[in-house]
Structures are given as structure tokens and as C-alpha cells.
Design a protein around this ligand. Structure first.
Ligand code: PIR
Ligand code: CA
Length: 317
């Protein structure tokens, strides 16, 4: 079955892989891309997204720039793991894809309203600013979206503080709006993305594809690996964002539990924590799920297959 998705992203090494997975997987139709300030400033991540689409030969996908800063707070970029450009370590092509003149929030709203009800899945892989504003600007999207499958948060882990993840902590008010809106939300958080490690074995498989796109992906992995080693003490980098896309493609790859989740917006030590309440069975109206397990081998099979398909299509273009 084909899934239509809007990827709202801040590329970002792992966002770039999420874009490639969405473009190269036959069960996904990437109907729009929107960008949000996060890993780097908005103009940087937008240029990166355009370059990745160009690299993948995806010249027809509508792409628009969204919000440049969180709703209430100053922007806090993640230059320690993504570099100043947001996508350090690779040479990006000059984009030939053109930017849609609409604001990203409007592209989200227009795309959702133009599609049949419950056909579009939102896949946010950056701070949730655009999604929160889209809800406030056009509340009808809430009932028209099929579901929201976001990379962010975590039940037992943080990376931007002891208990908070970057995407949620960067714009906690926006995240709270998204989690507290009564639509189906799947939180693909650090509990699972920290299992999606680009190991040497994974890099070998990518290298064996032998295409320029595969080389590009290896460049992304190499920079991300070194940065994650220096900044966070990981041997291999967790490639977070494509896990959310993989969950849409094949839900059995990412195991979830239904649990009420909200976001801490006032804590001194806990700002941006995703608070999941496991005290009792989830009530019938619970609309949130937390991802807890990952079939990492099958995840990488999907990613490598997508890079292979896209790389071959490029070679024959
Ligand atoms: C990754 C990110 C931010 C900070 C670090 N240290 C690592 C980005 C990724 O793009 C992903 O979407 C999410 N935020 C993981 O926290
Ligand atoms: Ca991201």
C-alpha cells in the first residue's frame, strides 16, 4: 500500500537520509517537503533540503520553507553534530529544484486540504513549530490527516538534556500543541533511534552499492560518526529521522505502545521532556503511542534498498 507523506524537516544528516528513504521507497509518495529552523538556521536547512532533492533527482516534489525560529524561544542550533551548515562533510550539488513561494505552514495546510480525508501522514523530523502553527491556522487539518509519525522525544532518554530530546526541547510549546491535539501521534523517539546505528557493517553495505549517491551517503555517515563520537561518546551514529519514515512504510519494524504523552514546558531541569504516563492501561481515547523497539536489520534493509533504487535511477537518468 502506498502512503502519502509530508516530510517536515531540518536537514541535518539524518533528515537527509529520511528524505532519501522517502524518495526511494516504492510504498511512499513524498507529496511535499517543508523545512524548519532546527539543526541549523532556516536558510541553511532549506538549501540543504533542495540540494538533497537535487542529488536524488526529485525535481517535482513541492518544497517550501517554514518557520525560522521556535514559537517562544530563541533558536538553538545543533552545530556540534551537524556542523555550521547543518550538513557538513559532503559536497552539495547546486540545487536545480525550485522553492515553492508559499510559506511551509501553508504548503502543509494546502496539501492536506487538497487530498482526500485521512490520506496524508505528517512526518516531522525537526522542531514542531510548523506543525503547531498549521494546527492553529487551519484546525480542519486535524481531522483530515491520517496520522502524525514524528521523530522526537523519548521515554527513558534525552540528548539535549538529561531527559529531553533536541526536536522537542528546541520548541517545547509547539511540541506540546502537537502531542495534545486529538489526532493519532506516534512518537518515534530516542528509545528506538539510538538503536538505528550506522555501524561499519551498514557502511560496507552502502559502499557496495557503488553509486555516486551511495558515496554521498557514506560522506554523511562519516561526518556524523565523528561528530557523534566527539560530542556524545557514541562509537557509531544513531540515524534518527529515517526511523519515522520506516515506521510509516512497515509498522512492524517499529514496536509501539499506546500511552498518554505530554510535554514539559516549565520545568527547570526537565524542559522539553516527553512525559509518558505508564501508571495504568491507556484509556480508550488515548491518541498517542511511544515507539520502544526497533528491528534494526529490517530498518537498514529498507534504507539501503532505497539508496540503491535512487542511485540506479540517477545513473540511468
Ligand atoms: C541529532 C539532532 C540534534 C542534536 C543531536 N545531538 C543529534 C537532530 C536530528 O536531525 C534528529 O531529528 C533529532 N534532532 C535527534 O535529536
Ligand atoms: Ca532532524
Amino acid at each position: 500500500m502506498s502512503h502519502q507523506i509530508i516530510l517536515d524537516c531540518d536537514p541535518g544528516h539524518d533528515d537527509a537520509i529520511a528524505l532519501l528513504l522517502a524518495l526511494g521507497n516504492p510504498d511512499i509518495e513524498l507529496v511535499a517537503v517543508t523545512t524548519v529552523g532546527g539543526n541549523a538556521a532556516l536558510d541553511q536547512v532549506t538549501r540543504n533540503a533542495l540540494a538533497v532533492l537535487t542529488m536524488a533527482g526529485a525535481t517535482e516534489v513541492p518544497i517550501a520553507a517554514g518557520c525560522g525560529r521556535p514559537l517562544l524561544r530563541p533558536i538553538e542550533v545543533a552545530a556540534d553534530v551537524h556542523g555550521d551548515s547543518g550538513l557538513d562533510g559532503v559536497v552539495l550539488p547546486q540545487p536545480t529544484v525550485r522553492l515553492d513561494p508559499r510559506h511551509g505552514v501553508d504548503l502543509i495546510i494546502d496539501t492536506v486540504l487538497a487530498a482526500a480525508p485521512k490520506t496524508i501522514t505528517l512526518v516531522p523530523t525537526g522542531p514542531l513549530t510548523n506543525i503547531a502553527l498549521a494546527i492553529r491556522k487551519e484546525p480542519r487539518i486535524v481531522d483530515r490527516v491520517a496520522e502524525v509519525v514524528l521523530m522526537g522525544g523519548g521515554v527513558h532518554v534525552g540528548n539535549w538534556s538529561a531527559v529531553a530530546e533536541f526536536n522537542v526541547k528546541t520548541d517545547p510549546e509547539a511540541a506540546r500543541i502537537v502531542f495534545e491535539t486529538a489526532w493519532p501521534v506516534t512518537m518515534v523517539g530516542l528509545d528506538v533511534t539510538h538503536q538505528a546505528l550506522a555501524t561499519d557493517a551498514v557502511a560496507e553495505r552502502v559502499k557496495a552499492l557503488g553509486t555516486p549517491l551511495a558515496e554521498f551517503v557514506l560522506g554523511l555517515f562519516a561526518f556524523f560518526r565523528q561528530a557523534y563520537r566527539d560530542a556524545q561518546g557514541f562509537d557509531f551514529p544513531p540515524v534518527h529521522d529515517p526511523v519515522a519514515v520506516a515506521r510509516v512504510i512497515d509498522p512492524s519494524i517499529v514496536g509501539t505502545v499506546r500511552v498518554p504523552i505530554t510535554v514539559e514546558t516549565v520545568g527547570e531541569q526537565t524542559l522539553g521532556m516527553t512525559v509518558a504516563d505508564f501508571r495504568r492501561a491507556a484509556p480508550p481515547d488515548c491518541h498517542t503511542q511511544a515507539a520502544l523497539t526497533l528491528a534494526a536489520d529490517r530498518f537498514w534493509d529498507l534504507v539501503i534498498d532505497a539508496i540503491d533504487r535512487l542511485g540506479k535511477a540517477r545513473d540511468h537518468a
